[in-house]
Ligand binder design. Structure first.
Ligand SMILES: [Zn+2]
Ligand SMILES: [Zn+2]
Length: 223
């Protein structure tokens, strides 16, 4: 072992390289932002004391409520990208613990359904990042993570460059569902932008027999 290698602590923060208990240190974590006031139905950050954003007042989504942990910006966006595209699984583990803490505060659900990825996307990435994010929650007793009832039958193109209407069109008919017997379902995804995919997934899940859907995402982007 070389001199410099010996100086590097076992666990260092992936963002600032300082020594850390987890792969993100407390100082970096303190910089993660999470807007206090969010739309009650889609978690879009809103100012003032409003309960719903303009879009939901016009046309509310199929899911009831969306919960999120962070704004999608700066360090959080950087971490999520490293996790998704360079397979830094320690970041996934870190976020999985944070999601589990959040899940603890929510009501009970009959089942959790992670956003299904197309086989092609899983092959490209080598893993399903949403499943990694559930790795802590799924160990809790009585939690059912259902990965088989809903399938993605249309490999949608990246939604990044599309406007909200185009996104809606692109995700239409993206999922196929077997009949399900759960009443209350929690849908989970990493990042929610317009919510088009999650809304389509909620539509599919309710058509398949669920009564209500809520949504939990790691991060909520502005669009
Ligand atoms: Zn740090
Ligand atoms: Zn809203």
């Amino acid at each position: 072992m070389g001199f410099y290698q010996r100086l590097i602590p076992k666990q260092s923060c992936i963002l600032c390289m300082e020594q850390a208990k987890f792969c993100v240190c407390e100082a970096c974590e303190a910089e993660f932002s999470n807007q206090q006031n969010r739309c009650q139905s889609c978690a879009y950050p809103i100012n003032g004391n409003l309960d719903f954003c303009g879009q939901c007042l016009n046309h509310s989504p199929v899911f009831n409520r969306a919960y999120t942990l962070y704004d999608y910006q700066d360090l959080v966006a950087q971490l999520i990208k490293s996790f998704k595209y360079s397979q830094q699984l320690c970041i996934g583990d870190y976020f999985a613990h944070k999601l589990a803490d959040k899940y603890q505060l929510l009501q009970d659900y009959d089942a959790i359904i992670p956003m299904p990825l197309s086989c092609q996307r899983i092959r490209e990435r080598g893993f399903n990042q949403v499943l990694e994010l559930l790795s802590v929650i799924k160990k809790k007793p009585q939690v059912i993570v259902d990965t088989h009832s809903i399938k993605r039958i249309k490999a949608t193109q990246s939604l990044e460059s599309l406007n909200p209407e185009q996104r809606q069109k692109e995700v239409k008919g993206a999922f196929y569902a077997d009949l399900i017997s759960y009443q209350r379902v929690l849908l989970v995804d990493d990042v929610m932008t317009t919510g088009a995919s999650l809304n389509e997934l909620a539509k599919t899940v309710i058509k398949a027999g669920a009564k209500t859907c809520d949504v939990l995402t790691l991060s909520r982007a502005k669009f």
